[in-house]
Design a binder for this molecule. Structure first.
Ligand code: FES
Length: 89
């Protein structure tokens, strides 16, 4: 986790609202953290929780910045694929 906001290169915001939690948001959040750790960029990244993002039927939902990439119906596998692609790009 980045200690200084100026060092943040990757921000992942995961909805942990009620519906997303029911659909596995905790595992999605864990996968995002693990993926960033394994890629060696955990110190320059932040994984934050947010409450309902208003897309409950498509949850779990997350957003990566600065790419402004949204992922709906997120699973740990889909999060890993997305972040790996973004980190390679
Ligand atoms: S609970 Fe996640 S979008 Fe509503």
């Amino acid at each position: 986790m980045a200690r200084n906001l100026d060092d943040v290169n990757h921000l992942v915001v995961v909805c942990v609202g009620k519906d997303c939690r029911k659909r596995g948001a905790s595992a999605v959040r864990r996968a995002a953290k693990d993926c960033l750790q394994e890629a060696g960029v955990r110190r320059t990244s932040l994984v934050l929780k947010t409450k309902c993002a208003g897309m409950c039927k498509q949850g779990p939902v997350l957003c990566h910045q600065p790419s402004n990439t949204w992922l709906t119906d997120a699973t740990p596998k889909r999060v890993r694929t997305l972040l790996t692609t973004l980190l390679e790009g």
